[in-house]
Design a protein. Structure first.
Lengths: 396, 396
């Protein structure tokens, strides 16, 4: 979907971060033009939006890796047909950054001035079973640790990794895994400059509920959405600007977040209705999943679309979003639309080592979800995992 | 996209395999409802089509494993919004099959009656550099071998997807698929194994045609090679998979019987696609011109296109479905030909053993693309790979 259409659906006439980027454009352009970048997980929505910001400023080297082969192909097609070509060395590689192949790659192609990591298992639904949960730990935590450890030998100017608002007082394993990742980032900040960003929902990002509406329409299926969940939304393009700002301008241990007021909050059902109107359909609200499925065969011809809106009750849903906790030190003056958390290194190094040790021990035999939850609770003391026993996979 | 629309874009009036499928449908319904399935790479285009058919027939157990978290979420949403729920055990998992997690998973969730493997690194563009190429070997060959070994203990049937490129062997992707076929044949006397060889699947995830929808949304030019190709629809591909899985004898490879008049070109499909969406194709002389005109032309009901003759490395002159020395049966089905089982000779078996040893050795040290090509050549005698020095990444 085009950027202007997304903004319109979000009911906004302005774009965040534009003034901040403009103010610092000279520094950004000069730095990017003269630097080499490795973007890990660069085929996703936020990663590719950031890649496009860099590409447009003609970097010396821009290498993108991702395991999503289709996503990489799409990124290249998108860049070639919109931005074209640059003098710098732009290449994509389809490799897993947790693998031996990546180690070889880094040895051959590195060092890089900037390394940005966008890889994540981000769906709360992925934490339902012990195997997917273990992969979440691999991707969100262990791969970062492995790479940071290697980089201590020859540190880049900056290591940037994406966090999430779900890491602030986490209520699900995904958020907690990102909180633990933040701890490790800060641990390595004694050797490597690190920065990160906490996000709001990125509207229509790949794999998100809003993005899935497109497939529902294509497949003539009903739109479903919770009617009691309020979220902050930013656009993919804005997410790319925020990451670029944090990666280039963020100081060691700084965490960037969007300064958002209530005017940025939307409900999913409200966006579903707007989306349908944007496509020329009138929403028809159904009272059950079953009714919605049945009407999907008939309503579209009458330019109506069946919707099912429900009260959210699945495990791991937060009631509200927050970007920082009361005990974190803030700087809200440097930028217009970006707030900064000056992180205090409140991690316990011994506990972090113990965590790595225990995960390794579990992986060597077998493990349960409960064992992992227990390990998480030790590291994230205020972590309250709400298990409602309901999971998104059991829903439409 | 709907099946009849896809066929229209392909310039065909009838769907393949209808007659063949009708003959076996009752029998397979019965088998499916009494069986357990593990589908690897089940969130891709062909995999998810097969999953949806299996789901409708209420199997005892249907587990999906994929690396693609977003794709898996979309598969669940798709199924819940169209088909609803079944009494059988339907679950999805996100992790890498080529990892320790897989074995731990099989220990507690297995055994299965059928393991269906749809995972692949399939883009020719992924073979341009030694790192992505090594990942292609990991996913297409080593992971297959690892799965086959585990199947001896945890499954009775194994099915996998090959490609016409395994016959033409003009790409390294094709070479990895040929190696995969060899391992499938080698295991044919240990468990029940079979495979299919597919041509292009029209509008599949990550394909050039699949990207046209994005181009249209973003008002970007449509590019296409003019070379003639065979195409099948995702729904045809799924039917053919089922025909293979439930009728093949161990060690057999199925392929579609397509005739010269069934071919069409990407550029012809692009033209039909644009006309359907209400635009007249405007053929540009260069990529540059197409990019420039792409924002202006839509207002006049025209769309900027750039058509070219493919000159990138690894593109076939013509799709081939079988080797001349293969034992072929074309009588069993109307639209399907079969490569009958011939046990591997001792020399090939030796070569395969050596291949794995050599790859493991290279991975421990360092490797070049040339070394991997040499290794392919020693294992598969007829590699036709031509490096034209031009890769898709350098193109729009």
């Amino acid at each position: 979907m085009r950027n202007e259409d997304i903004l319109r659906l979000l009911g906004r006439e302005w774009e965040l971060f534009v003034q901040d980027v403009e103010r610092y454009e000279k520094i950004l352009s000069d730095e990017i033009k003269n630097s080499s970048f490795l973007v890990i997980g660069g085929a996703g929505s936020i990663g590719s939006a950031t890649v496009k910001e860099f590409f447009a400023r003609n970097p010396r080297v821009l290498h993108v890796i991702d395991i999503d082969e289709n996503g990489l192909a799409e990124l290249v097609r998108d860049i070639r047909s919109s931005l074209g070509y640059i003098d710098g060395d732009f290449q994509t590689f389809c490799i897993d950054f947790g693998s031996d192949i990546f180690e070889r790659f880094l040895e051959d192609k590195g060092p890089y001035d900037y390394i940005l990591n966008f890889c994540a298992l981000k769906h709360v639904r992925s934490e339902k079973d012990p195997y997917t949960l273990m992969r979440m730990i691999d991707v969100n935590i262990l791969n970062n640790v492995k790479l940071l450890e290697r980089l201590t030998q020859r540190p880049p100017k900056k290591y940037f990794a994406v966090s999430t608002d779900k890491a602030t007082n986490p209520v699900n394993m995904m958020g907690a895994s990102k909180r633990i990742m933040e701890f490790f980032l800060f641990k390595y900040s004694t050797h490597i400059n690190v920065s990160t960003a906490r996000f709001a929902n990125v509207a229509f990002s790949k794999g998100s509920l809003l993005d899935s509406f497109r497939y529902r329409i294509e497949k003539r299926q009903p739109l479903v959405a919770p009617n009691d969940v309020l979220r902050y939304f930013i656009t993919p393009k804005e997410s790319g600007m925020l990451c670029m700002m944090s990666a280039i301008l963020g100081e060691n241990m700084e965490l960037f977040f969007p300064k958002l007021g209530e005017e940025y909050m939307r409900r999913f059902d409200e966006l579903a209705v707007k989306y349908l109107e944007y496509l020329g359909y009138t929403p028809h609200i159904c009272s059950s999943e079953q009714e919605a499925r049945e009407l999907a065969h008939v309503l579209p011809e009458q330019k109506k679309w069946p919707c099912y809106f429900f009260k959210s009750d699945t495990t791991g849903e937060k009631e509200y979003e927050e970007f920082y906790t009361p005990d974190e030190e803030l700087n809200l003056d440097k930028f217009k639309d970006i707030g900064i958390v000056k992180s205090s290194a409140n991690y316990n190094e011994e506990a972090l080592d113990e965590f790595l040790h225990q995960i390794k021990r579990l992986k060597a035999k077998s493990w349960t979800k409960e064992e992992i939850v227990t390990l998480f609770k030790k590291l994230v003391p205020n972590f309250e995992h709400k298990e409602t026993g309901k999971n998104l996979d059991q829903k439409m | 996209m709907q099946d009849n629309l896809l066929l229209e874009f392909l310039g065909r009036s009838t769907e393949l395999f209808q007659e063949d499928y009708a003959k076996i449908e009752d029998a397979i319904n019965e088998i499916i409802s009494n069986s357990s399935f593990l589908v690897l790479g089940g969130s891709g285009t062909i995999g998810s089509e097969v999953v949806k058919i299996l789901f409708q027939k209420n199997p005892k157990k249907l587990h999906i494993v994929s690396l693609d978290e977003n794709g898996t979420a979309e598969l669940v949403r798709d199924i819940r919004s169209s088909l609803g729920y079944i009494t059988g055990d339907f679950r999805t998992f996100v992790f890498d099959v080529y990892s320790d997690i897989f074995e731990a998973f099989l220990r507690s969730e297995g055994p299965y009656d059928y393991v269906l493997n749809f995972s692949a690194v399939k883009h020719i563009r992924s073979e341009k550099d030694p790192y992505s190429l090594m990942r292609m070997v990991d996913v297409n060959v080593l992971s297959t071998l690892y799965t086959l070994k585990l199947c001896e203990k945890y499954s009775t049937h194994y099915f996998s997807v090959s490609s016409t490129k395994a016959v033409s062997l003009s790409s390294l992707m094709g070479a990895t698929k040929r190696l995969m076929e060899y391992y499938m044949i080698e295991y044919a006397n240990k468990i029940h194994t079979c495979a299919v060889r597919f041509p292009n699947i029209a509008f599949s995830n990550g394909s050039l045609l699949g990207s046209y929808t994005h181009r249209l949304e973003e008002q970007l030019p449509i590019v296409a090679p003019v070379n003639q190709r065979y195409f099948m629809t995702p729904s045809e591909a799924a039917k053919m998979c089922l025909l293979t899985i439930f009728t093949a004898s161990s060690g057999e490879i199925y392929f579609p019987k397509l005739k010269d008049e069934d071919t069409t070109s990407f550029s012809q499909i692009a033209e039909r696609f644009l006309k359907y969406h209400g635009y007249t194709p405007y053929v540009c002389e260069s990529e540059e011109q197409a990019r420039k005109l792409s924002k202006i032309l839509p207002k006049e009901g025209k769309w900027a296109c750039y058509f070219f003759k493919s000159d990138t490395t690894g593109e076939d002159e013509k799709d081939l479905f079988f080797y001349e020395d293969e034992d072929i049966d074309t009588d069993r089905f109307k639209d399907i030909g079969i490569v009958k089982y011939t046990p591997l000779d001792e020399k090939t078996k030796d070569n395969l053993l050596r291949f794995v040893e050599e790859i493991e050795r290279l991975k421990k040290l360092t490797w070049t693309k040339q070394e991997i090509i040499e290794l392919f050549k020693r294992t598969i005698l007829k590699l036709n790979h031509k490096d034209t020095g031009i890769y898709l990444e350098q193109k729009m």
